[in-house]
Every structure is written in structure tokens, then in C-alpha cells.
Ligand binder design. Structure first.
Ligand SMILES: *[C@@H]1O[C@H](CO)[C@@H](O)[C@H](O)[C@H]1NC(C)=O
Ligand SMILES: *[C@@H]1O[C@H](CO)[C@@H](O)[C@H](O)[C@H]1NC(C)=O
Ligand SMILES: *[C@@H]1O[C@H](CO)[C@@H](O)[C@H](O)[C@H]1NC(C)=O
Length: 549
């Protein structure tokens, strides 16, 4: 109701249409669960639940999984089977469980230890953090044996590293052995915090100034830019710069400098480099997609600058009451940096206004010894005036009927030498959509059913080098090869798929991975022109079959 009237007032205000754009064709092929043409190795065991935190070892042979009351290491070195290597149980003891239930939480759904952070910390150990009966705990683990070791610091718990409440989202990233996290850090889940832990060289751990800097955020992702020594966080929150719109959500990117050690008198042990900006994802003449669901960081191919790192984000709208609708927007790191290097707003008397002087220090690294005046400016001016616009100023994909929630992306060279981006989009109903971004629009190559029940909590992890996507849900972990060219039995099917990863090999008469047949592959990603590509290698029948399907 409140949303309805808000939608009206906003749409009236901006003169917008509520009808979503049409034009995205449905997937060309759909593979149901356990389809023999698209076999998906699955790891699941009745006693292992909520396998949703995923981390792949550097050599790609081991998948570490944070589950309910356990951390697992899975052998993923074989293409067609996933097996368990080690399981380390990590359960709250009875007295801690009891305390959790006396605080009104449910023993079996709220109080288990849901492992929510798994990050590499050095060559031999992982860092893990779990909700541990609403009492977050963390530990180091040996990567071979998963044996636990104490985290070397004053207070041995995971506060500020992962949430108390297992239903709240959080994000964490380790950079050079230090841990950067964004989570709530209290029992009620009301105090959000971006912080650095396990700080090196004797420098202090650093966290947020006050709760004023964030408003009911939901953190979804983080990334690091080693060239500038910055860490970025992606989230949605209530945008209190839009004070005329109650509870209006905005999607954000925030930055901190990796080496920030806080100020001397002002901002002691607090970020001097925290800044945030709005991310815009809005199709022309439609309401904005203002809630960010997930972000994938696509690093550019060798030889390109880090400015060209692209963040692919999935967005939904606060006002889409209908079951599904979502969009994908792509943001360049260079554009994000420009916004943080520009003007800032100032927060005074509970509202935001443009800052009149252009303080050149805002958003910069290295303010440890800055003057009190400068640090006061940082304290009250951490919202960039500019918003980050997506590449092409509009979504790269706008789905009227799919609510996507997780994303991964890869770049690949098609048979004609052109680079294409392929997106993997996990829908809430349990399907993975594989889409290729074409010069003018987007084509959904295939959809693959990856789980039976709609899943509230799930995760995907892409290994480009292995050509595999892992999907973690409460049912188990599924391995999805990024392509299965052999499922296309004829030249026509192979060409019509328009999959940059697959081409028809006339010599062998098979649809094969383009990388395996670079010189010969018959492929037409833009148009799927069978007549042209399949001349000579066609028997008439499959062509007709496919045309009339
Ligand atoms: C990694 O960290 C663990 C835990 O602090 C420590 O015992 C181990 O020696 C470290 N390994 C290396 C190679 O630094
Ligand atoms: C754990 O998995 C169950 C389904 O098996 C699901 O209902 C529940 O929401 C999950 N809990 C968390 C905290 O992820
Ligand atoms: C800040 O000043 C302290 C001593 O006052 C010095 O040791 C330190 O190197 C300075 N840091 C920077 C970043 O200049």
C-alpha cells in the first residue's frame, strides 16, 4: 500500500511509465534438472545443509564450502564428479545454543553456526567466520586438514566480520592477508559497519565513524583495485539525500583505501577515506531499478588498464510488486573513480546539501596526518554529489518476467575474433540463464534448471580458467560447465545457439568448443545465419527441424 502510493507519487513526479519494456526473447533452449544432454555433477549429503559460502583454491582443484555447522573441502579436480575431501564440524556447544534460545531465537533455524565468510589468508590457511548461535566466531583453518587455529588478536570472536543474524547478507574480501568486511555487528542487526580486520604491520583495525554513514544497508558484494589500493563495497540502503521520498532505496558503491589507518585526533581508528555514491540503473522512461542484488567483477584482459574493470550488477525495483522483473547494469571502474574524485555533499542539520568549497582531499588516500579541518570535512562529507551511470546509460539487459538474484560474467573471443561478454544469471525459480551481450541487444542462449525448490539463500562462483560455474544452495553444490557444445547435434542447432563458446566443426561433424577448433569453427553469434554457415555441412532435415521449432 505504502509502496503503491509511493510508486504513484514518484511516477507522477517523474512522468514515468510503469510498464516494463518488452523485447527480451525467452531462452532458446531449456534443460530441465537432470537432463542427460546437460549433465551437472552434484554434491549433496543429507547431513550437510546450507552449502552457500564458496571459495575455490588457487589451483582450482579444491572447493571450500561454508555450510551449516561445518566447513568442507570438496575435490573438484574431476570434470564429472564432486567428492568430499574433508569435513570439519564447527558447532556451537550446548551452553551457547541455550543462550541463543533464551534470547528468543529458534534452535534449529536461527542458532546453528552458518559459515558466512571463507577467505584465503596466506599460503597455508583460510579465514572463516560463522554466525555461531547469534554470537559470531571466527577461526583460521589449515587448507589441507581444515584444522582450526586461533585468530591472533585480542578478542577472539568474529564480531564485525560476519553477522549475528544468519538471514542478513554480508560481504568480505581479503587483500594481502588483511580482511575487509561489510556486515551488521550487533545482535539486533541494526548497526552496519565497514571495517578492516587482521591488519598488518602493527597498524590498527579500522572501522566506520558512526551509524550516520549508512542507513539500513544490505551489503551484497566487494572488490579490490590493487592499482590504487582501494576496496569497493556494493549495497542498497535508504537514500536519505532524497528526504522528500520516505524510505526511498538507492543502490550504492562505497570506497575505502586499503592502507587507511585512521586519523590522529579526529577519526582515530576510523576510515579517513570512506565515501559512497549512488549507482544508477534505469531504463529510459521507466522507474529506476534501485535495489542491487549482486555484483560480479570482470577484470579486463591483459594489456587493458584497471580503469576498464567492469562491475556487472543485478538490480530489482522497490516498486515491482509483480513476481519478477530485474535488470543488469554494467559500471566501469573508471567512471566510479571519476565520481569519487568529484564534488561531495555535506551532512548538516540532518540533511544533505552540496558542499560549496571543493575540498580536494575528500575520497583520497593518505590522510593519516591530515589536519583536523580536513578530517572534519571527511566526517561530514562522504556522499559524492555525482551518481555513477552505467555503460551506455541504460541496462544491458532488462527482463520483464525474470527475477534474477545472482550474476557471473566472462569475456571470450568468438570464432570471428570479436570479444563477447557472456552473463550467467541465476533466477529465483531455480534456473540459470546464459546470455550473450550482442552489439545491439541480448540473446539468451540457454536456461538450465539447477535446483528444484526456490532457494532463499544461494550463491554462484565462476572459474573462467576451469570453464565451470559452481552453484551453492541449501540442497548442495552443483557444477555447471559454462558450455556443453556437444548437446547441439547438427550444424544448424550449433549455429542457431549463437553461443560464442561453440562452433560447428565441418571436419569432424560436431559442435565443439571454439577454443578446440579455432581455424574452422562455423559460428554466427550476431545473427545465427544457418544458410550461410552450414552450407555444405548440412543435411536438410535438422535445418528444417530447427526452423520450425
Ligand atoms: C599462515 O597463518 C597461520 C595462522 O596464523 C600461521 O600459523 C602460518 O604459519 C601462516 N603460514 C604462512 C605460510 O605464512
Ligand atoms: C538453510 O536451509 C534451509 C533449507 O534447507 C532454508 O530453509 C534456510 O532458510 C537456510 N538458512 C539459512 C540461514 O541460510
Ligand atoms: C604520520 O606521522 C607520524 C608521526 O607523527 C609518522 O610516523 C608517519 O609516518 C606519518 N604518516 C604518514 C602517512 O605520513
Amino acid at each position: 500500500m505504502a509502496y503503491g502510493s509511493l510508486a504513484w507519487s514518484l511516477s507522477a513526479l517523474l512522468g514515468l511509465l510503469l510498464t516494463p519494456s518488452l523485447g527480451l526473447e525467452p531462452p532458446r533452449i531449456s534443460f530441465p534438472l537432470e537432463s542427460p544432454e546437460r549433465p551437472l555433477p552434484l554434491f549433496s549429503q543429507p547431513d550437510i545443509k546450507n552449502t552457500t559460502t564458496l571459495l575455490l583454491s588457487d589451483d582450482g582443484s579444491t572447493l571450500f564450502v561454508g555450510a551449516q555447522d561445518a566447513v568442507l573441502s570438496l575435490d573438484v579436480s574431476q570434470p564429472d564428479v564432486i567428492t568430499m575431501k574433508t569435513k570439519m564440524e564447527w558447532k556451537p556447544p550446548p551452553d551457547v545454543l541455550h543462550e541463543c534460545t533464551t534470547k528468543g531465537k529458534k534452535e534449529t533455524t536461527d542458532c546453528p553456526n552458518f559459515v558466512r565468510v571463507l577467505q584465503p589468508i596466506n599460503a597455508t590457511h583460510l579465514y572463516a567466520c560463522g554466525t555461531f548461535a547469534y554470537n559470531p566466531q571466527d577461526t583460521y583453518m589449515d587448507t589441507d586438514t581444515l584444522t582450526m587455529a586461533k585468530v591472533p588478536r585480542k578478542y577472539n570472536n568474529g564480531r564485525g566480520c560476519c553477522p549475528f543474524n544468519p538471514y542478513q547478507r554480508n560481504t568480505a574480501i581479503s587483500v594481502d592477508g588483511e580482511l575487509f568486511t561489510a556486515t551488521t555487528n550487533d545482535f539486533r542487526g541494526k548497526t552496519p559497519m565497514v571495517s578492516r580486520h587482521l591488519s598488518k604491520d602493527g597498524r590498527p583495525d579500522v572501522s566506520q565513524d558512526t551509524s550516520v554513514t549508512l542507513n539500513e544497508p544490505t551489503f551484497v558484494s566487494s572488490a579490490s583495485d590493487t592499482s590504487e589500493g582501494k576496496v569497493y563495497f556494493f549495497f542498497s540502503e535508504v537514500g536519505n539525500e532524497y528526504s522528500f521520498l520516505d524510505e526511498f532505496k538507492v543502490a550504492r558503491v562505497a570506497q575505502v583505501c586499503k592502507d587507511d589507518s585512521g586519523g590522529e585526533r579526529i577519526l582515530q581508528n576510523r576510515w579517513t577515506s570512506f565515501a559512497k555514491a549512488e549507482l544508477l540503473c534505469r531504463p529510459p522512461k521507466e522507474l529506476p531499478f534501485n535495489i542491487i542484488q549482486d555484483v560480479f567483477t570482470l577484470t579486463p584482459s591483459e594489456g587493458y588498464s584497471t580503469q576498464d574493470i567492469i562491475f556487472y550488477g543485478i538490480f530489482t525495483s522497490q516498486w515491482s510488486v509483480a513476481s519478477g522483473q530485474s535488470a543488469v547494469c554494467a559500471f566501469r571502474l573508471g567512471d566510479i573513480k571519476d565520481v569519487f574524485a568529484g564534488n561531495y555533499k555535506i551532512f548538516q542539520n540532518h540533511q544533505w546539501s552540496p558542499r560549496m568549497d571543493k575540498s580536494s582531499n575528500l575520497g583520497k588516500c593518505g590522510l593519516a596526518n591530515a589536519s583536523d579541518t580536513t578530517l572534519m570535512a571527511v566526517k561530514e562529507s562522504f556522499l559524492a554529489s555525482g551518481s555513477v551511470r552505467p555503460i551506455g546509460s541504460a541496462p544491458v539487459l532488462n527482463s520483464p518476467d525474470q527475477r534474477y538474484s545472482r550474476i557471473a560474467a566472462l569475456r571470450t573471443k568468438a570464432a570471428n575474433g570479436q570479444d563477447y561478454t557472456i552473463l550467467f544469471l541465476l533466477s529465483e525459480s531455480g534456473f540459470l540463464h546464459k546470455a550473450v551481450l550482442l552489439n545491439k541487444d541480448t540473446h539468451i542462449i540457454e536456461e538450465i534448471q539447477v535446483f528444484r525448490q526456490p532457494q532463499l539463500v544461494k550463491n554462484i562462483l565462476l572459474s573462467t580458467s576451469k570453464g565451470v560455474l559452481y552453484v551453492g544452495t541449501s540442497e548442495g553444490v552443483t557444477q555447471v560447465p559454462v558450455s556443453q557444445c556437444s548437446s547441439y547435434k547438427s550444424c544448424a542447432q550449433c549455429v542457431l545457439a549463437r553461443d560464442p563458446l561453440c562452433g560447428w566443426d565441418p571436419a569432424s561433424g560436431h559442435c565443439a568448443s571454439v577454443s578446440a577448433i579455432p581455424a574452422n569453427a562455423r559460428q554466427d553469434v550476431e545473427h545465427g545465419n544457418v544458410m550461410k554457415e552450414c552450407q555444405g555441412s548440412l543435411t536438410a532435415k535438422p535445418l528444417l527441424d530447427d526452423h520450425y521449432n
